[in-house]
Design a protein around this ligand. Structure first.
Ligand code: GLN
Length: 286
């Protein structure tokens, strides 16, 4: 089979199974199998696939027809310009989460200029490690700790720290459980925040393949914000920051949770679609 045919055939199969961007996904899978980029595929439509490549491509297309996300098939996702290894034990990093990282970086840069000491960062519910590891890569002078309740997620985060050569601490535990009781300047978290009953209504890619543990924020979706906000002051320096990723309709609830826990200077940031996506608070100085 030639490249052009493979793309057409794959795309058609995906389309029949209700995949949203069949052409794009077929191309990503083929590029992954051929270990080439987009322009190569465009410039060599007549190139024949080897028997092995054709077989592997067919297998990948079949997985995608069952709604397995492309990222789990190819085993990676880009985040903040870095390639993160992913499997079904971790949430696939989302572009919207980059906003949380950018908001944290802005505040770190303002801090380091006037103090010059190591900024401590804690990434709770780290999953693949995309938040904490990107921060360490982009601001190597930080001291970053990541934690997650899932042992399998911790293994993925460790693999990413290794492949990206990020010198971070990674520990397993329920929220702050595995974390040393020291004071952090920044607490970052994209916790599970989808109300339980909503999880089952999400697209099959998410509800059937992404880890429920990483998505389900229990009854009203806010349980982790409440738990984190309650304990956070103990782990934060005075005037330290908490930055949460939130669901599009949770800004007011999370603002209130933070205010009730004693945080001030609450700010809300929107994502690329204009929806509320990040809430930031600052611990009151004692
Ligand atoms: N911190 C990871 C991410 O943003 C995982 C989040 C989670 O598992 N809820 O992708």
């Amino acid at each position: 089979m030639r490249i052009q045919e493979a793309l057409q055939k794959g795309s058609l199969e995906l389309k029949h199974c209700g995949i949203e961007n069949p052409g794009l996904d077929a191309r990503y899978l083929l590029e992954w199998i051929l270990e080439c980029n987009h322009s190569y595929v465009l410039l060599h439509p007549e190139q024949e696939l080897s028997v092995n490549q054709e077989h592997r491509y067919q297998e990948a297309i079949e997985k995608r027809t069952k709604h397995l996300p492309v990222q789990y098939i190819i085993g990676e996702q880009e985040f903040m310009g870095y390639t993160f290894h992913v499997d079904e034990n971790v949430l696939i990093p989302r572009q919207d989460t980059e906003i949380l990282v950018e908001e944290a970086l802005k505040r770190m840069d303002a801090e380091s200029s006037d103090e010059g000491r190591k900024i401590t960062v804690l990434d709770l519910c780290c999953g693949s490690g995309c938040i904490g590891i990107s921060i360490k890569k982009l601001r190597p002078e930080t001291d970053v700790t990541l934690t997650d309740i899932s042992e399998a997620a911790i293994r993925v985060a460790e693999k990413n720290a290794g492949s990206l050569q990020a010198d971070v601490k990674i520990c397993q535990g329920d929220l702050f459980e595995g974390v040393q009781e020291k004071k952090y300047r920044f607490l970052l978290s994209n916790p599970p925040y989808i109300p339980s009953r909503v999880v089952d209504t999400l697209m099959p890619e998410v509800r059937e393949y992404e880890p429920r543990l990483a998505l389900d924020g229990a009854g009203d979706g806010l349980v982790f914000y409440r738990r984190i906000a309650k304990e956070a002051p103990k782990f934060l320096e005075d005037e330290g920051y908490v930055l949460f990723e939130i669901g599009f309709d949770q800004a007011e609830d999370v603002r209130k949770i933070l205010v009730d826990a004693g945080f001030e200077q609450i700010q809300v940031r929107q994502d690329y679609a204009g929806l509320d996506r990040v809430v930031i608070g600052r611990k009151t100085a004692e």
